[in-house]
Design a protein around this ligand. Structure first.
Ligand SMILES: [Mg+2]
Length: 355
């Protein structure tokens, strides 16, 4: 099989309402949607969801780099995924969101060629998974109300964005637990917003409120601090911004600096490196979460297939499509509350109309 053409387009998606995290307020997102055509009549879709302060690239750099990859990859075999990555990595360091777009489209093609949904192509058997939904930072009252609304929509796992200061963050968590009751799983993500001292100060309260885990309390580079928190905390600590590439996963694993890792296709460069991160984590007896960034059904569904195919990926944070909608990209999965069932269509199982 040979790639005959690669086409990219910019796409824009708006959030239903503004979304605040520790270091930004987000109103919507833009992505690059990509289609790879082959000489066997099979086409695959991929997507790059760049976020400058996380991946270092933006939509314009994505389009430029994608065009460079396009020139080198036309004529090659899209199912030879290792070769696709070798070509991309030999051209540019980083640019993981663009690499993810090509990687996802190639996996879509490979699974379609086999006539199976991607999770089966990756070795999985169960199309069901349950995602949390993320609650942005606001006042304790507004967040508690937001949490109750999602609980009433059928979500039983909520990921709470924190990281402002521990006094107000403590008030937030007390209000939320009181409002949603004890039958909801609550996990928190500080998005690098706390110091080591603050994390150790707030941890006993989080433990008392039966919080499931703490995500990325410290700055991304502070592996030593993460290790110290991991040793002194009774709650599981997971790395997100500290864990981009398989090499980061290896460093976190060898330092025993966390209990789990949050994999995102846009941070690591796609499904193939995501599988390597998970393998490193699993060998170190660390669990993985599969998370997302600003991306549509394409990349989000691809991530769901990866999560469904790997037993060590036990936490799912693939909620972006619950906040935004899109009528020209459809399919992929159905959901009831946070409970997701993947489509049994070959590949990722999405339909893209007009592109
Ligand atoms: Mg995070």
């Amino acid at each position: 099989m040979k790639i005959t053409e690669i086409t990219m387009t910019k796409a824009e998606f708006a959030f239903n309402k503004p979304f605040e995290i520790a270091f930004a307020v987000l109103y919507g997102f833009q992505t690059m949607v990509l289609r790879i055509d082959t000489d066997e009549g099979i086409s695959g879709y991929g997507e790059a969801g760049p976020l400058e302060y996380v991946t270092g690239d933006n939509l314009d750099t994505c389009m430029v780099i994608a065009d460079e990859f396009r020139k080198k990859l036309i004529g090659t075999d899209p199912t030879a995924i290792q070769n696709i990555h070798t070509v991309m990595d030999s051209m540019y360091h980083g640019h993981t969101a663009v690499k993810a777009a090509f990687d996802i489209a190639c996996y879509d093609i490979a699974a379609k060629k086999m006539g199976v949904p991607l999770y089966k192509y990756l070795g999985g058997s169960d199309p069901h998974l349950e995602s949390d939904v993320t609650i942005g930072i606001s006042t304790p009252e507004a967040m508690a109300e937001d949490c109750l609304e999602w609980k009433n929509k059928g979500f039983s796992i909520l990921k709470i964005k924190l990281g402002h200061d521990i006094v107000s963050d403590s008030a937030r968590m007390k209000a939320i637990r009181k409002t949603v009751g004890d039958d909801v799983i609550l996990r928190v993500d500080a998005n690098q917003g706390w110091s080591l001292k603050e994390t150790l100060q707030i941890e006993p309260l989080l433990k008392e409120l039966n919080i499931e885990l703490i995500e990325q309390p410290l700055r991304d580079f502070d592996f030593e601090g993460m290790k110290e928190i991991k040793m002194r905390s009774t709650l599981p600590i997971i790395a997100d911004e500290s864990c981009h590439l398989p090499a980061d996963a290896l460093r976190l694993a060898s330092m025993r600096a966390c209990d789990g890792m949050n994999i995102k296709l846009m941070k690591c460069g796609g499904i193939e490196p995501a599988l390597r991160i998970n393998a490193i984590a699993e060998a170190a007896d660390m669990f993985c979460m599969l998370g997302c960034m600003g991306e549509s059904v394409i990349a989000n569904t691809a991530a769901m297939h990866v999560a469904a195919a790997r037993r060590n990926i036990s936490k799912i944070d693939l909620d972006i499509t619950f906040f935004s909608h899109c009528d020209w990209i459809t399919g992929g999965f159905v959901s009831e509350g946070g409970k997701i069932t993947l489509s049994d269509e070959p590949g990722i199982g999405i339909q893209v109309n007009g592109f």
